[in-house]
Design a protein around this ligand. Structure first.
Ligand SMILES: CC(C)(COP(=O)(O)OP(=O)(O)OC[C@H]1O[C@@H](n2cnc3c(N)ncnc32)[C@H](O)[C@@H]1OP(=O)(O)O)[C@@H](O)C(=O)NCCC(=O)NCCS
Length: 163
């Protein structure tokens, strides 16, 4: 399994069939919040590299998971805030540290960046994952999702006390 990135400083070109796989995973795991193939195709254009960063995990041509960030501000700014829009791992591949590897790839590319995200208040697996990555709950948004569910807002990663 290897991690690839669509990132300004080190990008792999992404094929139509890979976009199909990502969009299918998005639909399967995030259901009503999936973005659809057309929107995904617009994001992964080379002229969008200042704004979007995509990481994906691949084995034998199969995409197992991905993380998509939107950079708020200028990518050249080492302290820019990155909005983690989606992180998804195929159901059959979960609990094997794939999301962790996707996460670590972003931290290597932009170690000083701050990450912001919103997550469904009921998504305990994702919340537990983010807490382990040193993210902190900073607020919540009532009825953020179309079904009325609230979102937790998280920011980080906070520094370890020993740092
Ligand atoms: C949240 C999500 C991305 C995590 O992906 P993942 O690849 O399973 O994550 P990891 O394997 O890196 O870590 C998850 C857990 O597995 C555990 N784990 C990792 N490797 C392990 C191993 N070898 N053996 C046992 N457990 C392991 C981790 O400790 C972690 O435990 P936790 O639930 O107590 O935090 C995944 O569950 C997912 O795709 N969910 C659906 C989509 C979603 O809701 N995304 C978030 C909102 S966009």
């Amino acid at each position: 399994m290897k991690i690839y990135s669509f990132h300004r400083d080190n990008f792999s070109l992404i094929s139509r069939s890979q976009i199909h796989q990502i969009s299918a995973l998005d639909e399967e795991l995030l259901k009503a919040e999936n973005w659809g193939f057309e929107y995904w195709s617009q994001i992964v254009q080379v002229d969008k590299l200042q704004k979007w960063c995509l990481y994906w995990a691949q084995r034998d041509g199969d995409i197992l998971g991905f993380a998509l960030y939107q950079v708020v501000g200028q990518l050249v700014d080492k302290n820019a805030q990155w909005h983690l829009c989606k992180i998804v791992v195929s159901e059959s591949e979960q609990n094997q540290s794939i999301a962790t590897k996707l996460w670590e790839a972003q931290r290597r590319d932009a170690p000083a960046s701050e990450i912001f995200l919103e997550v469904r208040a009921s998504n305990l697996k994702a919340i537990s994952f983010y807490l382990k990555k040193m993210m902190t709950v900073v607020g919540w948004a009532k009825a953020q999702y179309s079904d009325g569910e609230a979102a937790l807002r998280m920011l980080g990663p906070r520094k370890k006390i020993s740092d």
